[in-house]
Ligand binder design. Structure first.
Ligand code: DP6
Length: 323
């Protein structure tokens, strides 16, 4: 088969990936935990063809920007080198969520690209290997290969750094209610951010405690213990943002509305709702809650000034082929 189509979901990290031991291989300084986001996905078709004279990349039915094309072609080069593929490829990728909605698409994009490109090349790679290959394109993409609740083992080299599922998506009725916070300027992307993490005096302290937080978070998920989960998820997000804010140059991803939402979430939790927050490299607030409380959380978020949109996603599947 010279062509294949794959679908992958983005993921939200509960214990964050921030900083690499090896930035060219994207070997992170700490292991991380996440959940795939159902309902949101990237679908990618890859065709390898001996008659193509170059790689062609299309995203959302348009020729990709130079920057995006370069990153995709770099990933195709990795696959060509590692598996002795000699053809050029046509890559057609689309997201069912708007790029401007502030939901990071690199995880779902590189997970779908990895599965489609290797399958189209006639390879049938085990999940662990797919995850390591996806990691080379975008670190968090390693976590979009396995299904449901996922742990990315930091490891120390290409083979030992991969993600695997530790609970299926129906294990817990956890829901991510994403408050999209309007944003007028472009912020520093994660790839650049990872490189500046070690310039913060706080990064070593964050990394030193990461394994303990990961263990506490994983046990809380396995025990469906929301109280412990909420405390450790918020602490881990705050620690990552403390590192960001104290890096040189400093990175401030929160907007005033982000902070308003974080304060509200804590008030709502004190009043009995099962909800906590986490933020990635942007101002959107991911409000993690139990399904029975999600409608109330979504309605309350919509009424906050500065929230442009609210998206709801439950735990989702891993990357899979659709043709
Ligand atoms: C803040 O995976 O987007 O979302 O490897 O450079 O593509 P690259 O970075 P990326 O970093 C994600 C950072 C984060 C935290 C997380 O998802 O763990």
């Amino acid at each position: 088969m010279a062509s294949a189509t794959a679908r992958a979901h983005p993921n939200i990290a509960f214990i964050k990936y921030w900083g690499n031991q090896d930035s060219s291989l994207r070997i992170p300084v700490n292991s991380s935990l996440s959940m795939n986001l159902d309902g949101l996905f990237t679908e990618t078709t890859v065709e390898w063809n001996p008659q193509f004279v170059s790689d062609v990349v299309e995203i959302n039915h348009q020729p990709a920007s130079d920057l995006a094309s370069r990153r995709v072609i770099q990933h195709l080069n990795q696959i060509r080198q590692r598996y002795s593929v000699t053809d050029f490829a046509q890559v057609r990728s689309s997201n069912n969520f708007p790029m401007g909605a502030g939901i990071a698409s690199s995880a779902s994009s590189f997970a779908a690209l990895t599965l489609a490109a290797t399958k189209a090349a006639g390879l049938d790679l085990p999940e662990r290997e797919l995850s390591s290959i996806a990691r080379l394109g975008s670190g968090s993409a390693s976590r979009s290969i396995p299904s449901g609740f996922v742990e990315w083992h930091a490891g120390y080299d290409h083979e030992s750094s991969y993600a695997e599922s530790f609970a299926l998506s129906d294990h817990w009725n956890l829901v991510d209610v994403v408050a999209v916070v309007s944003q007028s300027h472009k912020t520093t992307g994660s790839t650049e951010g990872h490189q500046s993490a070690e310039t913060s005096d706080l990064q070593s302290a964050r990394v030193a405690g990461a394994e303990d937080r990961l263990k506490a978070c994983k046990s809380a998920i396995l025990d469906r213990d929301f109280t412990t989960f909420a405390e450790v998820v918020e602490r881990d997000s705050n620690l990552m943002h403390a590192v960001m804010m104290t890096s040189r140059p400093p990175l401030f991803y929160w907007l005033p509305t982000s902070l308003v939402i974080m304060q509200k979430v804590r008030e709502w939790r004190d009043s009995g709702l099962h909800v906590c927050y986490t933020l990635d490299a942007g101002p959107n607030v991911h409000c993690l809650c139990l399904l029975p409380d999600s409608a109330q959380v979504a309605a309350a978020l919509k009424s906050i000034d500065g929230v442009s949109e609210v998206r709801i996603a439950a735990a989702g599947a891993g990357a899979h082929l659709i043709s």
